[in-house]
Design a protein around this ligand. Structure first.
Ligand code: 5GP
Length: 200
């Protein structure tokens, strides 16, 4: 399953997705970006940081599942990791913006789109300011973009309000559990059932 988590910058996507455990079958996709690395970030763990030339080379070789420009930088999802994890039966989590999410949904209509919202815009602004990773101009750009992103909410399958991290994580686990029980995702189990009946 492809699980896409989007939401305004500062809604807590990174924190929430990192709490979705590999032991429960989740694999987190690591994006490529041309954005500057923040001091606390690690190359290959948070992102694959790259130059615009490197990004274009991968994109032009059809190496990206989707890509978008956010606040003047390129971001994209390397397709090879996603395919490998899906083939191994994992739920791949993509933490990407709304433009990328809709690209994936048009290619894979079965992808599950979750929109993560802060409780209020005031709280969003507060979180952006407090995390101290962007300067005032960048905070302003990201805050303004948040309104455009929220406008895309009707295109999403689920809305999760991130008021308390643990509750948001639990909500996402519930969504995934319910999605995994949908008959169309369980054809393997149904074939197994038929085999048993035929063997009676
Ligand atoms: P940040 O610079 O705060 O890490 O990310 C900025 C925005 O880019 C966030 O909304 C984040 O979800 C989004 N983003 C991160 N990786 C990707 C990606 O691979 N593709 C797309 N389309 N957006 C991404």
């Amino acid at each position: 399953m492809l699980l896409i988590i989007s939401g305004p910058s500062g809604s807590g996507k990174g924190t929430v997705t990192k709490k979705l455990l590999p032991s429960q079958g989740y694999a987190l996709s690591i994006s490529m970006t041309t954005r500057q690395k923040r001091p606390e970030e690690r190359n290959g763990t948070d992102y694959f940081f790259c130059t615009p030339e490197e990004f274009h080379t991968v994109r032009d070789a059809d190496g990206l599942l989707e890509h978008a420009t956010f606040s003047g930088n390129y971001y994209g999802t390397p397709v090879s990791y996603v395919n490998q994890q899906i083939n191994e039966g994992r739920t791949v989590v993509l933490e990407i913006d709304v433009i990328g999410a809709l690209q994936v949904k048009s290619k894979y209509p079965e992808a599950v789109l979750v929109f993560l919202m802060p409780p209020t815009f005031r709280e969003l602004r507060h979180r952006l300011e407090c995390r101290g990773t962007e300067d005032e101009d960048e905070i302003e750009r990201r805050f303004r973009r948040a309104w455009d992103e929220v406008a895309m909410l009707p295109k999403y399958d689920y809305l999760v309000i991130n008021d308390a991290i643990d509750q948001a994580v639990e909500d996402i686990n519930l969504i995934v559990s319910a999605e995994r029980l949908k008959p169309r995702r369980s054809s393997g189990k149904i074939n197994h059932f038929h085999d048993n009946i035929n063997g009676m």
